[in-house]
Design a protein around this ligand. Structure first.
Ligand code: PLP
Length: 380
């Protein structure tokens, strides 16, 4: 039985061409540590790391590559900002669609006196900018939200909400897990102060590398969560204030960065609009095909507007977990079932506690693969 991978919301597969080769070459030919070795090989790796920062700054509309900080991924990045910025008495707004990468650190901070409030969404997971503005108080410090839902693919209006943040002097923190590499994101135009990204989803890179881009304004206030050696200003026991060292203690994931470098070059050459277009054609094909199945509810937006290629299904007359299990066991179709680390989003969408079966495309998926899925759903 051939296998069909529809779990790109979790991690992309296949990775961009050249990623595995670049990583293997680094490991075989000298994965020398940067900022610590005074020899040619280390300088070469440092050069590639700088190029990766430049590619990211260009992709996300940041002015300088020094605004790019590497971490293992969005989860770590969000912990950095939530725990390094918020103090007892601060108030923050999130939306009803957030992932646990936002909610769990926020719940920890709530025990220390931080107050958070959830801006409700409609049944399609959409949040209105005016509803966000209504909840702003004088203690509000930041608005933290995802750009696109990992449960149902709904894209929220970050430009409008960024403008509200600017008007009220709030920090704007955006989780780009399901939109980076698919939708254009411009930090400056959308007034984003902290853009958390992960390399292994739409950016088509390896797992374990991601990071954030930070505005100068927020950088001045943010306290680094992790302290340690940076290979710079080593005579001081204090953390350096220079970027990006301020947030990059310890040895960086160099194979991950070099893999990400290869995938970012691929994305730049291919163009993310082209990738997004293909994914949306696949989404349309699936949504059209599903119209013949009244027993399967498409959760979230029904059309293509304001969405990415993440489609959640709720079986009305069958158990979702059993359906996903059968899709894999009998047809080789890999999906993801359950709450997708976002219980609050399922409460917003009316699919808690049963969760959904999630299908998330990459541009490498085909219409024939969707035909196999539709046939399998008919038989199920
Ligand atoms: C919306 C959203 N936020 C955050 C994350 C966490 O990303 P990572 O596991 O790469 O840190 C994910 C991953 O599933 C996600 O979908």
């Amino acid at each position: 039985m051939s296998k069909i991978y529809f779990d790109n919301g979790s991690t992309s597969y296949p990775k961009a061409p050249g990623v595995a080769k670049a990583m293997a070459e680094l490991l075989e030919q000298g994965a020398f540590n940067i900022n610590r070795g005074n020899y040619e090989g280390a300088y070469e790796v440092a050069e590639r790391v700088l190029e990766t920062r430049e590619l990211l700054a260009k992709m996300f509309g940041a002015e300088r590559s020094k605004q790019v900080v590497f971490t293992p991924g969005i989860t770590h990045s969000l912990n950095y900002v939530i725990k390094g910025l918020l103090k007892a008495g601060d108030h923050v707004l999130v939306t009803g669609m957030e992932h646990n990468a936002v909610m769990r650190p926020l719940c920890q901070m709530e025990k220390l006196g931080v107050v958070y409030e959830v801006v409700p969404t409609d049944m399609e997971g959409m949040v209105k900018a005016s509803d966000v503005e209504k909840l702003i108080r004088k203690e509000t410090k930041a608005i933290i939200m995802l750009h696109a839902s990992n449960v149902c693919g709904t894209v929220v209006p970050i430009e409008e909400i960024g403008a509200i943040c600017k008007k009220h002097g709030l920090y704007f923190v955006v989780d780009s897990a399901q939109s980076a590499g698919t939708l254009p994101i411009n930090m400056k135009e959308s007034n984003i102060d902290f853009l958390a990204f992960t390399g292994h989803k739409g950016l088509l890179g390896p797992q374990g590398i991601g990071g954030f881009l930070i505005s100068d304004r927020l950088n001045q206030e943010l306290v680094p969560l992790i302290a340690g050696g940076t290979g710079s200003i080593s005579d001081s026991l204090e953390m350096p204030d220079t970027m990006p060292d301020k947030y990059e203690s310890g040895t960086l994931n160099l194979p991950g960065i070099i893999g990400l470098h290869a995938s970012l070059e691929y994305l730049e050459k291919t163009g993310i609009e082209k990738i997004h277009q293909k994914k949306m054609e696949l989404t349309k094909y699936l949504l059209d095909g599903l119209k013949k199945y009244p027993d399967i509810r498409v959760v979230g937006r029904q059309g293509l507007e304001d969405r990415v290629a993440v489609v959640s299904l709720d079986f009305q007359n069958a158990d979702n977990a059993m359906a996903a299990f059968q899709l894999e066991a009998e047809y080789g179709i890999m999906t993801r079932v359950g709450l997708h680390c976002a219980p609050m989003a399922h409460k917003s969408l009316g699919t808690y506690p049963q969760g959904t079966v999630r299908v998330a495309f990459s541009a490498d998926n085909t219409f024939e693969e969707i035909d196999v899925l539709l046939r399998a759903l008919k038989e199920l």
